[in-house]
Design a protein around this ligand. Structure first.
Ligand code: FAD
Ligand code: EPU
Length: 337
């Protein structure tokens, strides 16, 4: 029998550490429980929030609906010649899944070591770091369709992955991912294209890295740049890196020749939002209980006791100031509730 709890504090369920509460709260440990939950028509019409690790979320108020916390745990793999299929439950911690793969020497996810959150949320924004995105290793995912009560399988094409984008963002609230299947390899394709990885490997005197080396080096770089949510509340990059046309980019670059930029695909240009925010003087700035991180201006932090509205207000100020200096509109990456 499913336990629906009432008036539950979400403080320990979001990495910003915002003290907000949920009117109703249910934990799902098996996919059948979703079927059971939605047999009660009340939950189809109640506002819902599907929650994994709460590491890409800003709660700006109490939530007057049902929080569905995904806790489906399982990891299984099947080897077929050189290919490995690993399937993990939505509630698995992403980094535990990465460690499982690295431990078995299944290559493909090592560059995404130490990203917080759950496996089930990984397709939502097509997580990515250090030169690899989820879509590079994604096979399929299984999701519960709330409107019909059926389980559906999404292929990579169905997911329409883009930079921090997927069909699940466009069809927000329609599907609950219950498991994700990945295609990995027994032959590593070591990816050290991200400059900082090369540098750190050189510092360690490693010239022929294994996937374990990559995982350790990426973890080291991340710890040096990003605040640890267990001590400083945050949700990683608060904004997306803007992707603009070359025509829009050229006049900006003429004015700011040092502007940090990368190829954005299809002739587009991806701008480093962190650099622009820093140029506007925000890096490391403390504003009330909130601010930006001293080593990474793209990360907004809770220095203790911040409300979601305070963090949101700071993000609006940053958007305004980047727009007035560079004429570029930042888009929030974090889900705002
Ligand atoms: P939550 O925050 O719980 O949810 C995020 C969104 O997904 C919400 O809209 C939620 O409703 C939805 N959702 C969650 N689970 C499901 C499900 N099973 N089915 C349907 N919808 C669901 N992200 C990166 O891409 N790259 C990084 O390098 C990175 N670094 C980070 C570093 C730090 C310190 C932090 C705090 C965050 C970082 N992030 C990064 C963001 C975050 O880790 C990812 O977005 C992660 O996938 C969020 O997982 P979660 O389980 O915490 O999702
Ligand atoms: N930069 C600055 N000042 C800053 C921050 C960055 O000048 O305060 C410059 C850096 O010097 C570098 C460039 O901006 O030249 C890019 O910085 P970094 O390598 O730190 O990456 P990012 O673009 O800021 C993105 C992702 C991260 C991911 C890293 C590594 C987005 C929105 N963010 O950050 O993802 O971990 O690359 O791949 O794409 C997240 O999504 O939460 C997240 C942390």
């Amino acid at each position: 029998m499913l336990q629906i709890h009432q008036n539950v504090s979400l403080k320990n369920f979001n990495t910003f550490g915002i003290d907000a509460s949920a009117r109703y709260f249910v934990e799902i440990a098996h996919e059948d429980e979703l079927t059971e939950l939605f047999l009660d028509p009340q939950w189809k019409t109640t506002e819902r929030l599907v929650l994994g690790g709460g590491s890409n979320l800003l709660l700006t108020q109490d939530f007057d609906g049902l929080v569905i916390r995904m806790n489906i745990r399982s990891i299984e793999h099947r080897i077929n010649h050189n290919e490995v299929f690993v399937e993990a439950g939505a509630g698995e911690v992403w980094n535990d899944f990465v460690n499982y793969c690295v431990g078995w020497q299944f290559a493909g996810v090592e560059n995404m070591s130490l990203i917080p959150g759950s496996v089930g949320a990984s397709p939502i924004q097509n997580i990515g770091a250090y030169g690899v995105e989820l879509k590079d290793v994604f096979d399929t995912c299984r999701a519960f369709e709330i409107a019909t009560g059926e389980f559906k399988t999404f292929t990579k094409a169905d997911c329409r992955f883009g930079y921090r984008e997927s069909v699940f963002k466009q069809k927000k609230g329609e599907y609950i991912i219950v498991s994700v299947k990945f295609t990995l390899s027994l032959t590593p394709n070591i990816n050290t294209r991200y400059g900082a990885i090369e540098q750190e490997l050189a510092n360690r005197g490693i010239s022929n890295p294994t996937i374990k080396d990559i995982s350790q080096v990426v973890s080291h770089i991340r710890v040096s740049k990003l605040p640890d949510p267990s001590t400083i509340g945050n949700a990683g990059s608060f904004f997306k890196n803007p992707v603009i046309t070359a025509d829009a980019f050229n006049p900006i670059q003429n004015k700011y020749p040092d502007i940090v930029n990368f190829p954005g695909g299809d002739g587009l240009v991806k701008l480093a939002a962190g650099w622009m925010i820093e140029q506007c003087g925000w890096k490391g700035k403390v504003v009330g209980h909130t601010g930006t991180w001293k080593n990474q201006a793209l990360v907004l932090v809770n220095h203790g006791g911040a409300t979601g509205q305070e963090v949101y207000a700071l993000s609006s100020q940053i958007i305004d100031s980047v727009y007035s200096k560079f004429g570029v509109m930042l888009e929030r990456e974090v889900n705002i509730l």
